[in-house]
Structure formats: C-alpha cells, structure tokens
Design a protein around this ligand. Structure first.
Ligand SMILES: [Fe+2]
Ligand SMILES: [Fe+2]
Length: 199
C-alpha cells in the first residue's frame, strides 16, 4: 500500500522557485554538526536536488517537496555513518521554519516529512513525490562506494538516470549552478575533487 496518498501538485518545470534556498542553506549551516563539504554535506544535497528534479520531470513529483527534501534530509545528521533518526530530525527542523522559510501546505508538508523520515528505510512503493526524493538520494550512493542496485530504485526514471548520476556521485561532482544559487560558490571554489573525497 502506498505510504502516503498521491497529491496532485502543480509541477510546472519553469515555475519560479517558491523557496529562498540560499536563506534555508544559511539557516541549516548555522547549526550544522558536520563538515559542510563532507560525504553527507552540501555537495550531496546539491546533487540530490538535481537528481530529484530530473526524476520529477518524468514522474510528476512535487518539485518544491523534492527541493526541500534535498536541503533538509541530511541537515541534522550528527555523524557520517549510521545515524538513526536523522531524517526525522531534518523534518522536525524544517517544521520549525514553517511560515518563515518553509512554505508548504499541510498535505505537501506531510509528504516532505515522510520523505525525510523514511528515506533510509529502503521503501520503493510510495507516492511519486516520495519516490522521487528517495531515488534522488540513492542515485548519489556512489560517493560512499556503493553502486545503487536498479531494483532498489523506485522509478524507471531513476533507473534511466543511473549511469549519469552514478558517474557524478563517484566523481564528487560540484553542481555549480545550484551551489552558486545557494551562495556557496566561494566554499567550493579552489578545492579539487581529491581534497573533498579525503574529508
Ligand atoms: Fe540520510
Ligand atoms: Fe542523503
């Protein structure tokens, strides 16, 4: 049974972003417990965003939910390995920003929160927006030496993206357009891939 009901969300690809992503990033990093350029840090979040929006282009996922998932799902990690409950903590943190930096209606927030809370549980059967979020994260497993198994991805769209996304993951690709929009261009400029991988 699907984990959450399908929500018919506006998904116009060229719609202006509803969220101030740079302000959200600043809020997250003010109290982020780990190295921002670490394995679960901002470069991962940026690749997750680009992965997720590409899945959304195909499966109709809610782009604002996918965007906030990319920003928050690992935002409250306390370590870089097994960290039980970190997804829920990310969702809880986002809840404190509702009305200021987070602008989702209740149905969207429920989807977002469940996407964060359950993202490490291995589910594949869910609302398309949750599927896009989880696939976006799984497509980036190459950065920690894991090749995603196609049958563990939720969507055909993600399976099609796997070669492209996995190459970017293992190369620790910097999505500069996203990082610049987030105000993080200076954070990554001048660092080569090896320096980041060694962190
Ligand atoms: Fe995570
Ligand atoms: Fe992640």
């Amino acid at each position: 049974m699907p984990i959450a009901m399908r929500i018919a969300a506006p998904t116009t690809p060229d719609a202006a972003p509803a969220h101030d992503e740079a302000a959200i990033i600043r809020s997250i990093l003010e109290s982020y417990a780990l190295e921002p350029l670490g394995y679960h840090g901002v470069l991962h979040w940026a690749r997750v965003l680009e992965n997720g929006l590409r899945v959304a282009d195909v499966n109709g996922a809610d782009r604002e939910v996918v965007t906030l998932f990319a920003l928050f799902h690992d935002a409250r990690r306390l370590n870089e390995s097994r960290d039980h409950g970190h997804g829920q903590r990310g969702g809880d943190f986002a809840r404190t920003l509702r009305g200021s930096l987070v602008h989702l209606d209740d149905a969207q927030f429920t989807l977002f929160y469940e996407a964060c809370r359950l993202h490490t549980d291995g589910h594949t059967d869910a609302d398309p927006t949750l599927q896009a979020c989880w696939d976006a994260d799984r497509l980036d497993l190459g950065r920690v030496g894991i090749t995603p198994a196609p049958h563990r991805l939720c969507t055909a769209a993600a399976r099609s993206l796997l070669p492209w996304a996995h190459e970017r993951a293992i190369m620790y690709h910097q999505p500069m357009e996203v990082l610049t929009r987030w105000g993080l261009g200076d954070l990554v400029n001048g660092r080569n891939d090896r320096e980041r991988i060694d962190r």
